[in-house]
Design a protein around this ligand. Structure first.
Ligand code: GTP
Ligand code: MG
Length: 433
């Protein structure tokens, strides 16, 4: 995967017919291969050339030349724009292959950009997020990461961390009776860093929800109106509504944009004790969906019903009482009283959903993925190990935990490269990217 020596070729535009298709050729021999095929000296950056497809068939195409290091991959790169016809594309690629190029693997152009220091790892990941973004917020987040925003945010926290590291590492060899004064200073610095890290961690989790759609799971007893609520939010009938308890069995997924953020709603089977095997299967699926939720809406008729529901305290939970058109109900603390049927107070609920994420500054949104969150989680574990007792008893261990944390955060943009890990990341790309 990481050879990088061959000159590679692939179609970078979507397959099928269209106005234009673009084939990319990148590597040391990119220019000589094209010169040989077209007999053109390639003096200009952009030129129209006759590209022989067969002995008696030519295609007029546009060549755009990017010379190393000023190209996406950092290598010599030629973009060949042809009429958007799969037959022409195949012929052009075959010609390049016959002249010594190799077919590119998925993500290989971006992998080369990474290996040639054109992009850091988090920026390479942001490229795929830009391609996959399906809301304004996730696109903004990916663009900010590609512009280096994530690395800047991580570097900021690393700088704070290093202030503490310098202090601790200086003190390790310090022999002085007054060391206790400095120990207090270390304790203060670590406390300050821990608070800073907590906010950083919360920001990152919120950013990650935005970059990969916000998953909202609606949980409640049967008949509380979960399906009615989701149909009302989405604006069309995606789930069956019925007065019979236990109507929804499978998890029903649908999505919509609220204030530029994409929310994916999961309608679930009502939670209750049941002897019906199929309904029981459905309830198991509800509980599974709950674990993966970014936000949970607990929907019930009466406040006392909330106690019967599985609640994960660490999640963003919104408690909602439904059917206020039938009788007056007081909104639960921090929650809402609505009517899914008449849509009363539905706007308030939707606003609350988006608000969690809109308070994040749109200019600062970042594309954060599971790999980043996993490294941050490991870093957090190292920080948690630094207790006041450890500070006063073993500064070497404090220094080691700080160093581990620093290295883990650094791996977000500058990995201690393992071919296996890079292979996994770049394989997610499509061929030609
Ligand atoms: N009056 C009134 N009826 C409602 C409201 N919301 C839902 N209903 C009714 O309550 C019944 C159950 O609604 P559903 O949306 O199917 O309830 P559910 O929670 O999805 O039920 P299960 O799928 O069985 O778990 C239906 O007859 C709905 O018309 C509401 O706000 N007001
Ligand atoms: Mg239902």
């Amino acid at each position: 995967m990481l050879s990088g020596k061959d000159t590679i070729v692939a179609c970078s535009s979507p397959p099928g017919r269209g106005a234009i298709s673009t084939i990319r050729l990148s590597g040391n021999n990119a220019l000589s291969i094209i010169q040989k095929i077209t007999k053109n000296k390639l003096k200009k950056q952009i030129s129209v050339v006759k590209f022989p497809l067969d002995a008696d068939l030519i295609e007029k195409c546009v060549l755009t030349i990017f010379r190393s290091p000023n190209s996406y991959t950092g290598e010599d790169l030629v973009e060949i724009s042809t009429h958007g016809n799969p037959y022409i594309v195949e012929k052009v690629i075959n010609k390049c292959l016959k002249s010594g190029a190799k077919i590119a693997k998925p993500g290989e152009f971006t992998l080369r950009a990474f290996l040639n220091n054109k992009l850091s790892l988090d920026q390479s990941e942001a490229v795929i997020e830009i391609i996959n973004a399906n809301s304004k917020a996730s696109l903004r987040a990916a663009q900010n990461s590609l512009d280096g925003g994530l690395k800047a945010k991580i570097s900021k926290i690393q700088n704070r961390l290093r202030e503490a590291r310098v202090l601790v590492e200086t003190l390790i060899d310090f022999v002085d009776e007054d060391i206790n004064i400095y120990i207090e200073e270390v304790a203060l610095k670590i406390d300050e860093f821990k608070s800073f890290f907590t906010i950083f961690n919360e920001d990152m989790i919120a950013y990650s929800s935005i970059s990969s759609d916000v998953k909202v799971v609606v949980i409640g007893p049967p008949n509380s109106g979960k399906s009615t609520l989701i149909n009302a939010i989405i604006g069309k009938k995606v789930s069956i509504v019925n007065e019979k308890q236990g109507t929804t069995r499978d998890v029903v997924t649908s999505s919509c944009l609220i204030d530029g953020i994409r929310f994916v709603f999961n309608d679930t089977a009502g939670i209750r004790k049941t002897s019906d095997k199929i309904e029981e299967e459905g309830i198991k699926l509800s509980k599974k969906a709950l674990k993966k939720a970014d936000v949970v809406i607990y929907l019930a008729d009466n406040e006392s019903d909330f106690n019967k529901l599985p609640i994960i305290k660490s999640k963003k939970n919104i408690f909602v009482l439904n059917k206020i058109d039938l009788c007056k109900k007081k909104a639960p603390r921090g929650g809402f009283a609505i009517s899914a049927k008449t849509k009363k107070n539905l706007k308030l609920l939707k606003k609350a959903l988006a608000q969690n994420f809109l308070k994040l500054n749109q200019e600062e949104l970042l594309s954060v993925n599971i790999r980043h969150l996993d490294l941050i989680k490991k870093a957090r574990k190292n920080i948690a190990l630094i207790t006041p007792a450890l500070i006063s008893s073993n500064l070497e261990l404090v220094a080691e935990n700080l160093r581990n944390c620093d290295e883990l955060l650094g791996e977000i943009y500058d990995p201690i490269s393992s071919d296996d890990m890079l292979g996994k990341i770049f394989n997610k790309f499509c061929i030609g990217k």
